[in-house]
Write a protein that binds this ligand. Structure first.
Ligand code: FAD
Ligand code: MLT
Ligand code: ZN
Length: 480
């Protein structure tokens, strides 16, 4: 099914033999899985849209084991699919054919935490939520947060350069990841696991691996800078009558909340209907065409509350916001965040999901949703817009009862052309993976794509690491 939708031919990699299994078993005693039920889980992605047929799942615990496996796979010409929590949105985390799945699930050790600098060093398979808990107990927070926190691994986050709900405040992983260790396709261990804030000695190689989606190396450990845990967190969930009001509220909020603003997320009314009907969550405010979620984080509760109240008074009295609710206690904060974080889940309950993750100039952010809605008419079940407005990142999603080639053709490449016309990015934070690799040309110049292909060929000459992902097979297929 996957291969009908995304035509691709298996490359001439070797097939896993009994001798290969015996070698893996020697390196990873008891951690070589060929059980059909366990393999079913790692062969299919979170959205249940891309399915491979791998026969082997490997679970290393150490960098040395990863190195031995990759050296062997490289010599044997066996393809390998690195996998973290398997929550990726673009089909990058699962095999396309019979690639060996190399999971970081057992690489979940915290190596060190410096309580003065807030620098955490850990293995790649640590689950984000567990790391959050670990650093919060020490009065720090992780610089990233996302709806998939309960399953995604920090290595997967770094491999996808995940954005998420805190990027507005703490910036991208390209800034907060201080160092990393990666194993290259031939087994070479690249130790860039420094913990320095400043280090201008040569090229910054770690940046190559951040966002490389498992195509250049397997990330085995990372060093990441954690901010202090804010003493006061406030959340406001507000309703707006139009998108113009959402934008004006954002502008007002940047001016009035400035340094304590830590998230500005938005969702449209259709998203609200979906979380209400599929997940039984309830809308805490009056029905509105748009909702925004504003989080403040600071060090002085009274000061922050006063600021937030002044802001709310301003946006309510000027009519930018029609209704709202505020939370300071943890339970209500979690309840309000769930309305936004669980949209992904609600969409999956709605039907087959066509998922787009684009960066656009913020004033244009919702135009494409309106355009696509009228373009698709009755052929779509839901056309929704939500996302990280504060970062200029829209999640445009279309659902339908089932997959349809004609609906897909009505959306693609139209969405990509629209985005390119407005100088946007066709993948703001999810990456290209398997589903979007051939569209890279809408956001990157041909010369840039060729250079990426050369880098890939240099680091992984046999192309065994996550084949069929991220880059088109040749420059001619770059999408334009
Ligand atoms: P996987 O899905 O297992 O893998 C993702 C990619 O990284 C694959 O290409 C894989 O080969 C590669 N990879 C994984 N581990 C390694 C490694 N150790 N070394 C090298 N390559 C590796 N993304 C956002 O950016 N922002 C969000 O707000 C956000 N919210 C989400 C909410 C939900 C409910 C879900 C399901 C997903 C969300 N995502 C979001 C998608 C996001 O990409 C992933 O959640 C996360 O970053 C992937 O981590 P993972 O461990 O699950 O990686
Ligand atoms: C989100 O922001 O909710 C995630 O990126 C997942 C999605 O796009 O659905
Ligand atoms: Zn997102």
């Amino acid at each position: 099914r996957t291969r009908d939708r995304y035509p691709v031919r298996r490359l001439p990699f070797a097939e896993v033999s009994e001798e290969d299994l015996a070698f893996f078993e020697r390196v990873l005693p008891g951690r070589v899985c060929t059980d059909a039920r366990e393999l079913e889980v790692v062969n299919v992605d979170w959205l249940k849209m891309v399915r491979g047929c791998s026969q082997v799942l490997l679970k290393p615990r150490t960098t040395e084991e990863v190195s031995r496996i990759l050296r062997y796979c490289s010599e044997r010409n066996l393809a390998v699919n690195p996998q973290g929590g398997n929550t990726g949105m673009v089909g990058g985390s699962v095999p396309v054919f019979d690639e060996i799945v190399l999971s970081t699930a057992l690489m979940d050790r915290v190596i060190s935490f410096d309580a003065v600098s807030g620098i955490l060093v850990c293995q790649a398979g640590c689950v984000l939520e567990q790391l959050s808990r670990y650093v919060e107990e020490r009065d720090f927070v992780m610089p990233l947060d996302l709806g998939a926190k309960g399953s995604c691994h920090i290595g997967g986050n770094v491999a996808t350069n995940a954005g998420g709900l805190r990027l507005l405040r703490y910036g991208s992983l390209r800034g907060t990841v201080l160092g990393l260790e990666a194993v290259l396709a031939d087994g070479l261990v690249l130790d860039c696991l420094t913990s320095l804030r400043k280090d201008n000695t040569g090229y910054d190689l770690k940046q190559l691996f951040i966002g490389s989606e498992g195509t250049l190396g397997v990330i085995t450990a990372i060093s990441i800078l954690c901010p202090r845990k804010p003493k006061a967190v406030n959340l406001a969930f507000l309703g707006c009558a139009s998108f113009a009001e959402v934008l004006k509220t954002f502008s007002t909020c940047k001016g009035m909340l400035g340094e304590i603003l830590s998230a500005y997320e938005f969702m449209d009314d259709r998203c609200m209907q979906l979380v209400e009907s599929h997940l039984r969550l309830s809308n805490p405010v009056k029905e509105n065409p748009f909702y925004v979620l504003i989080e403040t984080s600071g060090s002085d509760a009274r000061h922050d509350e006063e600021k937030l109240n002044n802001f709310l008074e301003q946006v309510m009295s000027s009519g930018l916001v029609t209704d709202g609710t505020v939370a300071t206690d943890n339970t209500k904060i979690k309840m309000l965040w769930a309305l936004r974080e669980r949209i992904t889940e609600a969409l999956s309950c709605d039907g087959y999901v066509y998922k787009y993750d684009i960066s656009l100039p913020v004033e244009k952010l919702y135009d494409i949703v309106i355009d696509i809605r009228s373009r698709l008419g009755q052929s779509a079940k839901s056309v929704v817009g939500y996302g990280h407005l504060g970062d200029g990142n829209l999640h445009l999603n279309v659902t339908a009862e089932a997959y349809s080639a004609s609906l897909l053709n009505a959306i693609e490449p139209y969405v990509y052309e629209w985005t390119a016309r407005h100088q946007g990015s066709i993948s703001a934070e999810h990456g290209l993976g398997f589903k979007k690799k051939d569209f890279i040309g809408y956001s990157k110049a041909p010369e840039a794509v060729v250079l990426m292909q050369r880098l890939k060929a240099m680091l992984d000459p046999k192309g065994i690491l996550n084949p069929y992902k991220t880059l088109p097979a040749s420059p001619e297929l770059a999408g334009l």
